[in-house]
Design a protein around this ligand. Structure first.
Ligand code: FES
Length: 198
């Protein structure tokens, strides 16, 4: 997996920008929620890439942005939850993401360009609800051996911390990973893959 997501090309796009502000809520039981942000109507209308600064996103925190009418989550995973990913395979329907939608660089265990950051379309692949992120490791009412992940309250679909769907739930596939790239170490561009990536 690549470790450096710098995308030096394709700067001719109209780019909507935002930054993470007000990193409140650290230490809350639920994933600390940073900010919802909507690019301008003009940017949305043309489906523009969205530039996001991750400089203040702490481990365990989630940032949501809107891109092409979809809620995109950027989850900065902790070392603990990354460490559990390899142990989920038996619970998952498609642990290798063979049937799910993602850029080619994200067909890996972390489903990410940089393992630390999961960039994921938050809409459930069943009927489109937005699942809750529950990062705590330990028994949950809906899963005894929970190792952190996404839980969709609409019809109880479950996904791990890489958005990989559990067996035996209504959602048919893993959560989608949108196109994205890194402009620099802490600046994300949602909507554009690195040069040469499908
Ligand atoms: S919409 Fe998520 S389980 Fe049905």
């Amino acid at each position: 997996m690549p470790t450096d997501g710098v995308n030096k090309g394709r700067r001719r796009f109209l780019v909507a920008t935002t930054s993470v502000v007000g990193a409140a809520g650290v230490g809350f039981a639920a994933v600390p929620f940073i900010q919802s942000w909507n690019p301008s109507a003009k940017a949305q209308a043309v489906g523009a890439p969205v530039q996001v600064s991750l400089g203040k996103l702490e481990p365990g925190q989630l940032l949501k942005v809107q891109w092409r009418g979809q809620t995109i989550g950027i989850l900065r995973r902790t070392d603990e939850t990354i460490g559990y990913l390899h142990s989920n395979d038996e619970l998952l329907r498609d642990p290798e993401s063979l049937e799910s939608e993602q850029p080619s660089f994200a067909r890996n265990e972390g489903r990410a360009y940089k393992e630390e950051f999961l960039v994921v379309n938050m809409h459930c692949t069943h009927l489109g609800c937005v699942p809750q992120v529950i990062p705590q490791v330990g028994p949950q009412p809906f899963e005894e051996s929970w190792k952190g992940g996404f839980f969709c309250p609409c019809h109880k679909s479950k996904f791990d911390m890489s958005g990989r769907v559990y067996k035996g739930v209504p959602a048919p596939t893993n959560l989608k990973i949108p196109p994205y790239s890194f402009i620099d170490e802490r600046t994300l561009l949602i909507g554009v893959n690195p040069e040469g990536v499908a």
